[in-house]
Design a binder for this molecule. Structure first.
Ligand code: ZN
Length: 249
């Protein structure tokens, strides 16, 4: 009995793979290949229309240099390529971070701890709904002191990549979370910023770069870009926009 089921399974598998070969089901071809196969014949026109449309091209794999700002919304399908880890910070909040960025953060955290600087993550990955809720609160004039001074519209926040982290400090055993309090420790931030490139992070919104990034200075907002890009961006004292040759804000 079991044997015949197994044989039937073999047959179905064989049949399916034959069909896939015949219909040219290219999985490893171009990025974001044909999403809806099967419509042979009149499919060409539809595909052409789809490609020339104004919709953002769907992203097919992780891109650590992804640029998300006012003019560069998060690409379609990003939530499908991001591999996230869930952690709980010292405030008891659940935080989601992209896996590689989190591994790099842990090394940064440990290095800083060895120097007596204690950091934690107040905010990392935000979903479209989270960002919408933040924007709504800001629009209603109910912006809490703890929220971002600048609240990006949904789709335009780097936090939706899972690669951006907002840090907070623990000083003498007390959590310092509010932005207005965090701003009182410029010398600590300077020491943190010095360590960032070694672990693949950059200070994403440096002082005096508002015209390029669209954001005021945020010492707590760091972004994972990988060690090579982080070293180059930091050495040249430029922003991610300038590194990617994008100047359209
Ligand atoms: Zn942030």
């Amino acid at each position: 009995m079991k044997n015949s089921v197994f044989r039937r399974w073999i047959f179905v598998t064989f049949l399916m793979s034959t069909l896939m070969v015949v219909s040219g089901c290219a999985g490893s071809g171009q990025a974001g290949g044909p999403a809806s196969g099967g419509k042979t014949g009149q499919g060409t026109e539809e595909a052409a229309l789809g490609n020339t449309g104004s919709e953002t091209a769907a992203i097919a794999s992780m891109d650590y240099l992804i640029l998300v700002n006012k003019n560069h919304p998060i690409p379609d399908g990003w939530e499908n390529v991001i591999d996230g880890v869930s952690i709980t910070n010292s405030l008891g909040d659940e935080i989601l971070v992209e896996r590689t960025a989190y591994a790099a953060y842990l090394k940064l955290h440990d290095q800083l701890a060895r120097e007596g600087i204690m950091v934690d993550i107040s905010s990392a990955w935000r979903s479209e709904a989270d960002q919408q809720a933040l924007a709504d609160t800001a629009a209603e004039g109910k912006t809490a002191v703890s929220s971002e001074e600048y609240v990006a519209e949904p789709g335009q926040s780097e936090h939706q990549t899972g690669l951006a982290l907002d840090l907070y400090l623990n000083i003498d055993g007390k959590d310092v979370v509010e932005k207005k309090d965090l701003e009182k420790y410029p010398e600590i931030w300077e020491e943190i910023h010095d360590q960032l490139p070694e672990f693949g992070f950059i200070l994403r919104f440096p002082e005096g770069s508002e015209g390029v990034t669209g954001h005021p200075y945020e010492p707590w907002h760091i972004r994972y870009v990988g060690e090579k890009a982080a070293a180059e961006i930091t050495q040249q004292e430029i922003t991610l926009e300038e590194y990617l040759g994008v100047d359209d804000l």
